[in-house]
Ligand binder design. Structure first.
Ligand code: AMP
Ligand code: MG
Length: 338
């Protein structure tokens, strides 16, 4: 049903990429690694192929797709009235985790833009993604390769969990290095607006653009467990998480604690307790690692049968804005101020 093709992420074999590209060219669907998360790709200019993406993901038809390209010059085919600043952003951040929303050209099918006049475009930096786009010789529409509403997949195993049997192929290139989705930046408004914080921090965009607005939407993730996000100063957060862990464990819940390296020892007593799991996202000093580990650890907790996760909050600066966006979505705004 779904063929799984293992590829070397640094040095993908051209035969394997061609096999996957052939599926794309024939109007099929292929999940592939990008530097952000796994995408579910299809020919962006073939409405019938794009329809299969929505179907496989059970994605609402109102949610538009990002078009992935391998050459900057492709934006001239896909977009119109491109502002000067957009080119500066492409020069600085492409290939990379920045998606630009621009006015769509005639050739972009309505199903790809979900009926909008605008389209979202990005050039990924992952070698497998670039090779697949080049060998397909067409732009590839690719939302994250998960079921709609689930946390995005950062490994081929996550894709298998959600989409096995629903898509034609998976290119397995191992874990994705950034681990959170691209920053979606609307360049059709003044000032430009971040519609989704992601791999490129707001501050980096502001170096090029001056002021940038942030207009996030928070759709809650579908998880098989509850998540409580605890926000505040580190010391109070630790105290609150310990208190809540004790409370819920005493009620017989299976509790997960999502923390950082620096705080993990503070939960040592809980770690050794039955029905409690403590996992670290990484060191506070390395927000990129924290972002990379976030989705995978949420899925791990689920897999262990944890039914309540207590997650520590982060400062909303740099990648912290992205991390907190995803944690708030995981919690469904179940937020406790410590
Ligand atoms: P995904 O690739 O699954 O993470 O989803 C693509 C993201 O890009 C979604 O958040 C979309 O709402 C957003 N997006 C795609 N096209 C547009 C567009 N034309 N205008 C605004 N947002 C867009
Ligand atoms: Mg998605």
């Amino acid at each position: 049903m779904t063929i799984i093709i293992k590829v070397d992420s640094e040095n993908p074999s051209i035969e394997k990429i061609r096999r996957a590209a052939e599926i794309i060219r024939k109007g099929g669907t292929v999940a592939f690694p990008t530097e952000t998360v796994y995408g579910l790709g299809a020919d962006a200019l073939n409405p019938e192929a794009v329809r299969k993406i929505y179907e496989a993901k059970e994605r609402p038809p109102t949610n538009p797709l990002i078009i992935h390209i391998a050459e900057k010059k492709e934006v001239y085919r896909l977009a119109e009235e491109i502002p000067e600043k957009a080119f500066e952003l492409m020069d600085r951040f492409w290939p990379g985790p920045l998606t630009l929303v621009l006015r769509a050209s005639e050739i972009v099918p309505k199903i790809t833009t979900a009926g909008l006049e605008t389209t979202a475009i990005r050039m990924p930096s992952h070698r497998v993604a670039l090779a697949l786009i080049r060998e397909s010789s067409r732009p590839i529409a690719a939302p994250s390769a998960n079921l709609a509403g689930r946390p995005s997949p950062t490994t081929a195993e996550h894709v298998i969990e959600d989409l096995y049997g629903r898509i034609d192929a998976i290119l397995d290139g191992g874990p994705t290095p950034v681990g959170v989705e691209s920053t979606v930046l609307d360049m059709t408004t003044e000032p430009p607006r971040i519609l989704r914080p992601g791999g490129v921090p707001r501050e980096d965009l502001e170096e090029v653009l001056g002021r940038v607005e942030v207009k996030q939407t928070y759709r809650r993730y579908k998880l098989r467990m509850e998540v409580i996000l605890v926000e505040g100063e580190p010391k109070s957060v630790i105290r609150k998480v310990r208190e809540l862990a004790g409370l819920y464990l005493s009620r017989g819940r299976r509790v997960g604690i999502l923390t950082i390296d620096e705080h993990k020892p503070m939960y040592e007593t809980y770690r050794t307790m039955h029905r409690c799991e403590v996992k670290s996202l990484g060191s506070r000093k390395d927000p990129a690692v924290i972002a990379r580990n976030l989705f995978g650890l949420l899925r791990e907790f689920e897999g262990m049968g944890v039914d309540l996760v207590l997650a520590e909050g982060f400062k909303v600066e740099g990648l912290g804005l992205t991390i907190m966006n995803r944690l708030r979505r995981a919690s469904g705004f179940n937020i406790v101020k410590a």
